[in-house]
Design a protein around this ligand. Structure first.
Ligand code: IYR
Length: 226
């Protein structure tokens, strides 16, 4: 029996292989080593990417778990040059204001090692920008239907998205122009959707330098309770 009803709702038998210990070790190690190579990139090539690759990446993001399986997200995928330009102009206007007067001295100091500034030319260079919107509620036949754990759900989906971009062999950046309501206007999103994260996606530019950063070791960021 591969299917049965639980409390009147269809359930299917989970097909899960239990890999042996050697395979567990190898796969977890390989995945960690691969993910540890991921870096946020701020200089991109304009080299084209097949649309199907972006579709696969977004489909992977959408395999994320979500509160009551409401899947409270919309992924807007922008390759149109005029729209990319509009987004760049609006993002840079907000960023300039932030860097010039909204961010604290401490914040600017903390960002110094990363080498960011208000200019975001990559928003026009990249073949694709993905803007993730969170759906704070759904609308069915004029009725508002609440979504649950929206920030958590969309955050997890963005984690899957970033991982999928990296695993495909591409680069991205978690860009959060602030405030970012201009994205709702430019992309003409309905009022139940709020911008959550913007990700430029492409190949890194040739000879891209990234900050020389380390990551916290296990002993610094994990505590085992044996
Ligand atoms: N949103 C700005 C500033 C910025 C803030 C943090 I916190 C970063 O880790 C990086 C940048 C920008 O994108 O430049």
């Amino acid at each position: 029996m591969n299917e049965k009803l639980i409390k009147g709702h269809p359930h299917i038998l989970l097909k899960h292989q239990n890999p042996n210990i050697e395979i567990l070790q190898k796969r977890s190690d390989d995945f960690y080593l691969s993910m540890d190579k991921r870096r946020s990139v701020r200089e991109f090539s304009d080299k084209k990417i097949p649309r199907v690759v972006i579709e696969n990446i977004v489909k992977t993001a959408s395999t994320a778990p979500s509160g009551a399986h409401k899947q409270p997200w919309t992924f807007c995928i922008i390759s149109n040059p005029a729209l990319k330009k509009k987004i760049r102009i609006a993002a840079e206007a907000e960023e300039k204001e932030s860097y010039d007067s909204r961010m604290s001295d401490q914040w600017l100091k903390d960002l110094e090692p990363i080498g960011t500034d208000w200019e975001k030319p990559f928003l026009e260079t990249v073949p694709y920008i993905i803007v993730v919107f969170k759906k704070i509620y759904d609308e069915e036949e004029g009725q508002k239907k609440t979504n649950y754990y929206v920030n958590e759900s969309v955050g997890i989906a963005c984690g899957f998205l970033i991982s999928a971009i990296h695993q495909a062999g591409l680069a991205t950046l978690t860009h959060t122009p602030s405030p970012m309501n201009f994205l709702s206007e430019i992309l003409e999103r309905p009022k139940n959707e709020r911008p959550y994260l913007l990700l430029p996606v492409g190949y890194p530019a040739e000879e891209t330098y990234v900050p020389k950063l380390g990551r916290k070791g296990l002993e610094e960021m994990a505590k085992f309770y044996d």
